[in-house]
Design a protein around this ligand. Structure first.
Ligand SMILES: *[C@@H]1O[C@H](CO)[C@@H](O)[C@H](O)[C@H]1NC(C)=O
Ligand SMILES: *[C@@H]1O[C@H](CO)[C@@H](O)[C@H](O)[C@H]1NC(C)=O
Length: 379
């Protein structure tokens, strides 16, 4: 190539990339973030407006999501970056949201560890060969698990470009106890009785299992940050099955290790640390303990009172939540009032509005419009 052509190439590169910020995994610069209220709220900085997003905002309540799912099965959507990005973008086309969250599933880690996970319509995830006895842990394949998750990184990087800096992109993972539960039960469970029996009957193997998952999770989150995730949420959705004492023994130490090791690794590699949210559903009994783990944001389910939560976590933690997803089925005026009351209780500082759990499939579209508008107008 001639010197002239190379110079021309360099000039085009510089022109294309002159206004960029964070450097991604492939060292491609990303578009500058325009609405950073989510990240500012997470860091305790002043916001223009209370940021709002909704757990499972890319989901079955959207007709365009249902249409896409008729053509592609659930995990194909997760594994195909173009499809994952399309689904991630769907709610942003309709609503004035302040965050996007990459479309994926917490069970991609058990898959990468060698377990089959199927999504059955009307049932949810099914793992046909669950971990039944400690001996079964030998079937797990932690070596190479991260490379089998590279499609999530690809989707995150692609999404950062497609977002054009409109709102931040959140990455996420399931927490160790929650993943262990699905892997032992072979799917969701109303009681988690088999997984809880493990904690009593095989305490040492339970620790091995939780540590193996914790290692995989730290690798996975590091990869997501390198790929361009601007914030991370850890879903301990099955905390609700544990007593406070059990949560402190089987949840908290691993949640702490995730945060500490991720921060340590990123810092050593001079990669900027992103804000992290812990959402331990049903663990309102341990908010003080959760606030001491180093997470920037604590997600609340709807059973927790905002003012009590603030008293327990102190002034330096951001709270996220916590409208009952069932309130999305109320009249628009009632929903608007409940949302306004909620935002008034939490206040404008260190607060991210959300539901207290994922949005449910029959939710009317208008409820999302009412929720988002009411949050933005409340303060
Ligand atoms: C909150 O953070 C401020 C500023 O860093 C610090 O001075 C204060 O002691 C912290 N408060 C608590 C309760 O941790
Ligand atoms: C909603 O709030 C307004 C203003 O406080 C009040 O007048 C109205 O009665 C409330 N509506 C409902 C359905 O609660």
């Amino acid at each position: 190539m001639s010197v002239g052509l190379r110079l021309l190439g360099l000039c085009i590169f510089l022109l294309k990339n002159v206004k960029t910020d964070q450097i991604g995994f492939e060292f491609q610069p990303f578009p500058v973030l325009k609405n950073d209220n989510l990240l500012r709220a997470a860091r305790g900085e002043v916001v223009d407006r209370v940021p709002v997003w909704v757990m499972r905002q890319a989901g079955r309540y959207l007709p365009e999501f249902q249409e896409l799912r008729k053509l592609h099965d659930f995990f194909t959507v997760c594994r195909t970056p173009e499809l994952a990005c399309e689904v991630t973008m769907q709610p942003l086309r309709r609503f004035d949201l302040d965050a996007s969250i990459i479309f994926s599933d917490i069970l991609v880690i058990p898959q990468a560890l060698g377990l089959t996970v199927e999504m059955h319509a009307g049932v949810g995830p099914v793992l046909p060969q669950p971990i039944v006895v400690p001996e079964d842990l030998k079937r797990l394949t932690p070596d190479g698990a991260l490379s089998r998750l590279s499609y999530v990184g690809d989707a995150i990087t692609m999404m950062r470009h497609k977002l054009e800096g409109r709102v931040p992109l959140i990455g996420f993972t399931g927490a160790p106890w929650t993943l262990m539960g699905y892997m032992i039960e072979g799917g969701g469970s109303k009681t988690m009785s088999k997984a809880k029996a493990w904690l009593n009957e095989h305490p040492e193997d339970s620790k091995l299992f939780l540590n193996l998952l914790t290692d995989a999770i730290v690798d996975y989150l590091e990869m997501q940050v390198k790929a361009g995730a601007q914030m991370l949420q850890v879903f301990e959705s099955s905390a609700e099955h544990l007593s406070k004492e059990q949560f402190l023994e089987w949840g908290v130490p691993y949640l702490k290790r995730i945060r500490d090791e991720l921060v340590d690794r990123l810092t050593k590699k001079a990669i900027p640390v992103v804000p992290m949210t812990l959402f331990a559903k049903g663990a309102g009994h341990s908010l003080k303990e959760q606030s001491e783990l180093g997470y920037d944001v604590i997600g609340l389910d709807w059973t927790v009172d905002p003012l009590e939560a603030r008293n327990l976590v102190g002034p330096n933690i951001t709270l996220q939540g916590n409208l009952d997803p069932q309130d999305m089925y109320r009249d628009p005026e009632e929903l608007r009032n409940l949302t306004t009351e909620m935002v008034h209780k939490f206040g404008k500082s260190r607060y991210i509005a959300n539901l207290g759990h994922g949005i449910t499939p029959q939710t009317p579209i208008t409820s999302m419009e009412v929720l988002v508008e009411a949050v933005h107008k409340a303060l």
